[in-house]
Ligand binder design. Structure first.
Ligand code: 4EH
Length: 233
């Protein structure tokens, strides 16, 4: 089985590259892809660069160019839900684009014709994650993640996203990865560890906690990968 592990920023995949140590670098579509073998399975790791378009290009490359059959996203997010603190983990049950707006024509926020507001994540991968979390005694929250091409550092904007999409966390790539994977029938899993609360302190908190929260997410992804390859064996 070929597994893709994707992040948006170098910091989000650095712990994974460190874990695997030996990998081949392949340049494609103005991006680097890192190919490694783990317990007889091929794993391709990449960071997309920030934002929905970059993330869609990378997800599509991982699927169409590299033939990945499952995609795991690892990274950080801004918290919306009050029970998410810095370093906590959230897995997306569904994702929406909070900055997609043709409401002028009577459509709901996040909706375009022939699309849907929410892209659902794979139930089996979420169930595996819950099992892994339980076994390791790790707190793992499930919820809706809202995605948009904006770093949110404003409580009013955050509250609007919270109530419009019933979202628990927000970031800048997940929904476009979800849309890409669902369009191509590839199972995906979006995991984020909290780096900030998307409020007036967000940019400071983000800089402070990016590395540590990215590591929390990457560690959990590695536990997931172990489970996925063991299930296949
Ligand atoms: O990839 C972008 C990064 C911030 S922008 C989205 N990531 C981190 C998740 C995230 C986030 N997204 C929106 C964490 N907190 C968020 C928030 N709003 N409050 C960035 C940061 N540093 C350097 C360059 N770009």
């Amino acid at each position: 089985m070929k597994i893709a592990i994707m992040g948006a920023m170098p910091e989000e995949i650095a712990p994974l590259l460190e874990y695997f140590k030996v990998y081949e670098t392949i340049v494609y579509a103005n991006n680097s892809f890192y190919k490694t073998t783990y317990k007889n399975h091929e794993i391709i790791i990449a960071y997309s660069k920030i934002g929905k378009v970059n993330a869609a290009i990378t997800a599509l490359s991982l699927i169409q160019k590299f033939g990945c059959e499952q995609l795991l996203f690892s990274g950080v997010a801004g918290a919306i839900s009050k029970d998410l603190s810095i370093g906590d983990l959230i897995v997306a049950t569904a994702l929406a684009q909070h900055d997609l707006d043709i409401s002028a024509f009577g459509h709901p926020y996040g909706f375009v014709p022939e699309g849907s507001v929410f892209e659902k994540a794979d139930a089996r991968l979420i169930a595996i994650a819950k099992k892994v979390a339980q076994e390791k005694g790790i707190k793992l929250k499930e919820g809706i993640i809202a995605t948009g091409d904006q770093f949110i550092c404003d409580s009013t904007k955050k509250e609007w996203i919270a109530k419009t999409f019933d979202a628990s966390a927000l970031e800048m790539e997940g929904a476009s990865v979800a849309l890409t994977c669902n369009a191509l029938g590839v199972k995906f899993f979006i995991l984020r560890s909290i780096s900030d609360a998307a409020d007036m302190d967000a940019s400071f908190d983000f800089d402070t906690f990016l590395q540590s929260s990215a590591s929390v997410s990457a560690d959990f992804i590695m536990a997931m990968v172990d489970r996925l390859v063991d299930d296949q064996a």
